[in-house]
Design a protein around this ligand. Sequence first.
Ligand code: SF4
Length: 437
Amino acid sequence: MTTQTITAAVTRNAPRRRGMCPGVLAPMEVGDGLLVRVRVPAGVLPAASAKRISELGRRYGNGLIDLSHRGNLQLRGVRPEDMAALIEELRPLGYISADAESEAVRNVMTSPTAGLDAEAVLDVRPHALALDARLASDRELHQLPPKFGWLVDGGGRAPLFDSSTDVRFDAVMTEDGPRFRVGLGGTLEGAAVLGSCRPEELVEVAVAVARAFLGLRETLVEPPRRMAGLVKTVGVEAIRERVGAHCPHPSHASHGSLPSPARQGREFFGVQASWLGVAFPFGRLDCDRLEALANLTHEIRITPWRALLLAGAGEDAAATAKSLGGILDRDDVRLKVTACSGVTGCDVGTTDTHADGLAIAERAPGLLRRVRMVHVSGCAKGCAHPGAADVTLTAREGVYDVALNAAPGAAPWRSGLTPDEAVDAVAGLSVEELSRV
Ligand code: SF4
């Protein structure tokens, strides 16, 4: 593709507005420039590619990188006039799709420990990569709504049970060998079970499910945009009928047993048998740090919990990652605070959400140890976590409304607090007070 053709493609795919699903061919306009989401197939990023992306992020962007909840890398602050050059330089790495439509549907979350975890049911990388390739090449599937997602989980020590998606394939071991349990809409626990399939059948089952979704939507006056909505509207039986023989009904197939809920704890962070797990507050790092981490391994995996896995890295690498500001302890309270980019990266934001989130981690470690999440949101949109958190701070015009057990924008427990007052309020909150709401 010539530079002229690339420029034409970028112009045709004008930058998307906030709330859409960005990509490289359809970057999104945010406060600090264009946000460019690089979809890394199966989340497997060779160290050489990570170094190259770091170089490009420094040259064409503002040097900041976000890790997304879907296991992708996002370059920030890219200048519109540099997009064509960035695309041209990313293309040899294999991360550029044929067009924005085929890029938008490539949303496949994959076990980041695939091939590295002896306790996993199977190495899911080939199946996830095959699904990614089929989504990109099959024009019929490009009609799937933006954000429609897939998940391929091999189980083991760091499973994706808590990650929510539209269609999930969770590996289980049965007396007949490994199978995928096919779930529709939600986390492992919340998804409706469609049936099961052999690993080599995954792609065809996925295509049949996608066709069933698209076909059933057409019959509805108000077609849901996500699988959970379709299951709620028509029921799982109607979807199963359309999928037909591609996916045996649960009563006709041995499902094996899923690991017990007690195994859902993420045995991922720090030095593990064959990897090092490292996170950065709010999934934010920069190109220099990514490059330094790439120097510690031959391969990085991007996880759906906004952390990185360094394959084969051990104690020495852990010391370096820590010196770079990495979080290696799964009990680090900063992992309990989530925040969008706020005023530093979004034109709607009016507060420094990251600074305020870190202040809460510093001032309220006891509370954070006992709750699931504190969310600092730059506005009621709640990009980082639209759902409810134990404590949610929602900014408006430089002040915060603080709500308990609620989503961004919900009726506040305290309102109109300056950032310092809001941090004080959260630091003074007891779990007992929280449980009374
Ligand atoms: S939630 Fe945060 S990132 Fe999303 S629009 Fe509001 S300020 Fe911007």
